[in-house]
Design a protein around this ligand. Structure first.
Ligand SMILES: *Cc1c(COP(=O)(O)O)cnc(C)c1O
Ligand SMILES: [Zn+2]
Length: 414
């Protein structure tokens, strides 16, 4: 069943139907929201139909996604999503919160949240018969596209800044993508990708450009709905914290909750909190200034996955917070490193951008942006294995000793 009605521009409200338009609004470059036929979804599906599914991946929500079943059973593409939600008592107590959940996206096949978008994009690319899918990336979106494409034999081309962490570049290469390192930042790679897609007629996955990325990312909201909102009787709205670079994850989460609300399946809209690095805070700056116009910054943060000059999905990212009674929080690189250490102490290994959401929770509690009785969920968006350099900065070095018991005793102080 085709549940997609078309697109609507998030800036001017104009409606479009594919294939007339495939990417952003031709009038103002606004991001397009995918319009779904909620009435027809409600005729064939009930929440129970989904919650009783035995498909433990993002594809359990196929009835709410604008693509047909991609098949490809028993491939990494089918293993994306349904990530674990932890509730670590140590961190809950440390912050003095009543309830804290950490949803850990590092268990996705390529170890970041981006798999949700790339899995859906690859499904879409195959429907369109695209020969090549291209994307710009700071690393994770590329790894996710390369991995999902490899899983189903789709060709991919990835442009990343040459400064991307080596682990992310290694991942791209191992997945067999055509990898090109750009001598420039993410924004430069982004612009070049658009030119290349147009020149060669390739399908472009770019975040904040292709409307389908948010449709994949919204599946995390569905999982939060199933595993937290339906499972717990919360007396206050859930506060969801997520790190923001281009602003597409946060927009996707908001879209997911809005879909559920339109369907009449969601009782209380969660409050959405965006977390940005102080050195890459274009959306947070706009939030603080109370304006919807987002100005570029010269980004500078060790959290490479959220290091963005001009967020490509900034307006929707801002609205995700303003329309849900959420907020934006800025965190320093030091606070991000300390969040890596805190999460590590309860067995969760996050890269800097992955830990930034949790750093935002710490900050929001300290600054009384939320109350301690508010139920809180922080997303960990990417694995610490992606950036071991930052991990070592957070954790410190290990001592080296001669292989003798005496030397060991000396170090252990026993
Ligand atoms: C991409 C990414 C983000 C930010 O997502 P945006 O859609 O760019 O806001 C956060 N954390 C990690 C690990 C990422 O890879
Ligand atoms: Zn428009």
């Amino acid at each position: 069943m085709d549940i997609m009605l078309g697109y609507q521009c998030s800036v001017c409200g104009e409606k479009y139907s594919p294939p007339e338009i495939e990417y952003v609004c031709p009038q103002d470059g606004g991001n397009l929201n995918v319009l779904l036929d909620y009435a027809s979804i409600n005729k064939t599906s009930r929440p129970e139909k989904i919650t009783s599914s035995q498909d433990f991946s993002m594809w359990r929500y196929l009835l709410l996604l604008p693509v047909a079943d991609p098949g490809e059973m028993d491939t990494p593409l089918r293993a994306v999503g349904w990530t674990p939600t932890y509730s670590p008592p140590v961190l809950t107590a440390e912050l003095g919160l009543s309830t804290l959940w950490i949803k850990d996206e590092s268990s996705n096949p390529t170890a970041s949240f981006k798999d949700r978008a790339s899995a859906l994009l690859v499904a879409r690319a195959r429907e369109l018969g695209a020969e090549v899918v291209i994307t710009a990336s700071s690393g994770n979106a590329g790894a996710a596209l390369a991995g999902m494409a490899a899983a189903v034999g789709q060709k991919s081309v990835i442009l990343v800044p040459k400064t991307a962490p080596p682990a992310k570049i290694a991942q791209l290469l191992v997945f067999g993508a055509e990898v090109v390192l750009v001598d420039g930042n993410y924004d430069a790679a982004f612009d070049l990708t658009l030119l290349a897609a147009q020149e060669f007629g390739w399908y472009c996955r770019n975040t904040g450009y292709n409307a389908f990325t948010a449709e994949g990312k919204k599946t995390a909201a569905f999982e939060i709905w199933e595993n937290v909102l339906l499972a717990e009787q919360l007396e206050r709205p859930l506060c969801v914290f997520v790190s923001v670079g281009d602003g597409n994850i946060i927009s996707g989460l908001h879209k997911g909750f809005k879909d559920l609300q339109e369907l009449g399946w969601l009782e209380n809209m969660p409050r959405i909190f965006g977390v940005q690095a102080e050195g890459s805070a274009a959306v947070a700056n706009a939030f603080d200034a109370g304006t919807e116009s987002i100005s570029a910054v010269a980004s500078d943060t060790l959290a490479d996955s959220i290091s963005v000059d001009l967020p490509r999905d900034g307006l929707r990212a801002l609205q995700a917070a303003t329309q849900t009674n959420g907020a934006y929080v800025k965190v320093s690189d030091t606070e991000i490193l300390s969040a890596i250490a805190s999460l590590g102490r309860v067995g969760i290994f996050a890269e800097p951008a992955g830990a930034a959401g949790y750093a935002g929770v710490v900050k929001a509690v300290d600054n009384a942006v939320i109350e301690k009785i508010d139920p809180v969920l922080a997303l960990v968006t990417g694995s610490g294995l992606k950036d071991t350099g930052a991990a070592m900065q957070a954790a410190g070095e290990a001592p080296v000793i001669e292989p003798s018991l005496q030397a060991l005793k000396g170090i252990l102080g026993t």
